[in-house]
Write a protein that binds this ligand. Structure first.
Ligand code: SF4
Ligand code: SF4
Length: 291
């Protein structure tokens, strides 16, 4: 069930105080997302880019975008006003690693607040080339959205990827994405980062394959697995999403292989506070982290 690597106390804290990695922590501690990353480098067939990256969030209005300096300013306020917030995460509104502002924000925050737990979520395309820098800024928790470990299935889910200045489609796109994701997960585990896998449960597309994904990432040393029900839109608008019961059954089927995250709240990329008890609207309203 996940990896059996001994963790030092500092690493243990990255689970014990992270609301998404520990169900216990989610009642006591909070997270603050910094919406500094608007661009994306792939196109998932379930994503309309008018919204937050749905690999981590539910669609709604797009989160506002902050500059790295505004993000640092926000963190200063959050730390003072909401001391139970222990995690700073970057989860969009697009793909964090496709925006240089992500790295700048991580650097600024980590330099001033080295004790805060730093977290990112990513589609994985640029994870291998980003690992060193993420490690340098203290990122110890990485979520990778991985919807297939077979490119034949992956190709039904992603329509194109743009990598090193070139755009790829179809099978080629799925091949590049998968090989980068697997390489990135391996490198993150080697750096002793805690890896969470988000898998979007897409009936008729990857449902028969999800247990396979869970097995594979468990063998690779991922820490936890988060089954996310499809929100039907864009090319998958006609697919009926899994029911809560089906989602639970899928989690139960994956549970023998890897620890399941069952309390994901699908937060906006500008969420602040405890899961399900966000305070961001007041923070954004009352101060000038302005546009
Ligand atoms: Fe949308 Fe996120 Fe996929 Fe990019 S990675 S296309 S933002 S769901
Ligand atoms: Fe945690 Fe899920 Fe919210 Fe991400 S979307 S911060 S995994 S609860």
């Amino acid at each position: 069930n996940g990896r059996e690597v001994p963790y030092d106390p500092e690493q243990m804290r990255k689970i014990a105080e992270h609301p998404c990695y520990s169900e216990k922590a989610c009642h006591a501690f909070g997270r603050c997302h910094l919406p500094v990353a608007p661009k994306c480098n792939i196109q998932c067939n379930y994503c309309v880019r008018d919204y937050d990256c749905v690999n981590e969030s539910r669609p709604g209005v797009t989160s506002r975008v902050l500059t790295p300096e505004e993000a640092l300013y926000l963190v200063r306020r959050v730390v003072k006003e909401y001391p139970y917030v222990k995690v700073i995460g970057i989860a969009g509104p697009g793909e964090p690693l496709a925006n240089k502002e992500t790295f700048e924000a991580l650097r600024l925050v980590h330099e001033e607040f080295p004790k805060l737990i730093m977290c990112i979520s990513t589609n994985g395309l640029l994870l291998p080339e980003s690992i060193e820098e993420l490690d340098r800024y203290g990122v110890g928790n990485v979520t990778v959205t991985l919807n297939a470990v077979d490119p034949e299935i992956g190709e039904k889910i992603v329509s194109h990827v743009t990598y090193q200045g070139k755009t790829y489609h179809g099978r080629e796109a799925a091949d590049i994405l998968l090989s980068q994701q697997l390489k990135g997960i391996e490198m993150a585990v080697a750096k002793k980062m805690f890896v969470k896998i988000n898998t979007v449960y897409i009936p008729g597309i990857n449902d028969d394959h999800i247990v396979e994904i869970a097995k594979r990432v468990s063998e690779m040393g991922a820490y936890t697995f988060n089954v996310i029900p499809l929100i039907p839109q864009y090319k998958f608008a006609d697919i009926t999403p899994p029911t809560p019961k089906e989602k639970r059954e899928m989690q139960d089927a994956c549970a023998p292989y890897i620890k399941q995250m069952r309390h994901c709240a699908r937060c906006r990329s500008d969420a602040i506070g405890k899961l399900g008890q966000d305070v961001q609207s007041c923070l954004y309203r009352s101060e000038k982290t302005e546009e």
